[in-house]
Design a protein around this ligand. Sequence first.
Ligand SMILES: [Zn+2]
Length: 371
Amino acid sequence: MTLEQSEYLAIKEKSVLGRYVVNKNIEGFLEKIKGKFEVKMVGKSVLGLPIRSIVIGTGPIKILMWSQMHGNESTTTKAVLDLINYLDSDLPKTQTILKSCTITIIPILNPDGAAAYTRVNANAVDLNRDAQQRTQPESRALRNVFDGFQPDYCFNLHDQRTIFNVGDASKPATISFLAPAHDEIRSVSPTRSVSMKLIVAMNMMVQKQIPGQVGRYDDTFNANCVGDAFQMTDTPTVLFEAGHYADDYDRERTREYIFQALRTALHVISDDKVSEVNPSDYFLIPENQKRYYDILIRNAHIIAPSLKKGDAIGILYVETLNCGAIDFVPKIDKTGSLDGYYGHKTYNCLIDSELKALKGHSTFAKLLSTF
Ligand SMILES: [Zn+2]
C-alpha cells in the first residue's frame, strides 16, 4: 500500500526543497533528529567537508543506503530525509521496521560535488568508477562503512537525466531500477535474484502511482561501479534512479515516488516477504531508452530556414548553478528528422498557436537566432 498523499505531506521534510542540496541545507534536519537517531561523521571530502551517516533502528537486518555519490543528484537525498521522518512518525508498522532492521543512511556522500553541483568530486573523479581502486576519500568512506556495517542490503541512490523514456513508449522514466550485474555474463546469482525481487515489489507499488513510468537500467557489468562491486561481494544491491515527471524540474514529485519505493522495500524486508516475490518479473520492466528532449521543435524549418523541410530541433537544458539555485539553460543538442523522439514540451511550427507560443518565449529567441 502506498502512503496516502496527506500522510506523505505530513512527514515530508519541507526544509529541503529543489535541486541544489548541500551539507548546510541538511544541518537543521540532522540537528532535529540527532537526539533520536545516531548521527556520526564517517569521513571527510577532498575539501574537508564532513560526510555523515544516520543510523536508525535496532533490528538484525542491516540495510545501507547512500545518496549524492554524484553531487548534482539530490532527489534521492530529499527522499531519504522523508524516509527518516516516516520512521520517526507514529504511522502504522514503522515500529516493525525499526525492530527488525538497522538502517545506515549516508545522505550526501560527495559534499564537494554537491556544493559545486557537479557529478564528480573535487578531484574531478567519478566516485562511481572508483569502487575498486578507491583513490578518493569519499570512496574510502563508503567502503569503510560497508566493511564495518556488513549490510544485508545496499541501496545505491541516484538521479538520471530527463532524456530517458520507458521502452518504446512516450512515457518518461520517472524512476529506473537496476539489479546490478556481478559478472560479465550478467548471470542471475541468488544475491542478484534478491535485488530483482525487491525491485519487482517496488515496481508493483509505484506503478499504481505512475503507471508505465518505471524503467529498467542497462545492466552492463563494470566492476568499478559501486553497485556492481557490492553485488560482487554477495550483498544484494539495488540501484535507484530518480528521473523526470512532467513539469517537475525541481523533482519534488519524483522525490515522493522514490520515498514510496524505499518505504515499500523496507516493509517487504521487515515483513519477511522478499522470498514471495517472483524475480523473473524483473525482466518484464521495460528497459530505458534515451528518446527525450526537454524541448522538441517540430517543423523547425519554418523558423530556421537553414534546416531541411520537416526537420526538428532537439533542446536539452544545461543545469547551471547560479547564486545557490539551479538555472535550466536551454541548449540545442541536435537537429534533423528526430523521428521517434519525444519532447517534455513540444512545439509544432505548423500549428499557429504553438508557433506563436514559441516565438513569444524570450529564452528561445536568442537560441533560435543562430539559424
Ligand atoms: Zn548518479
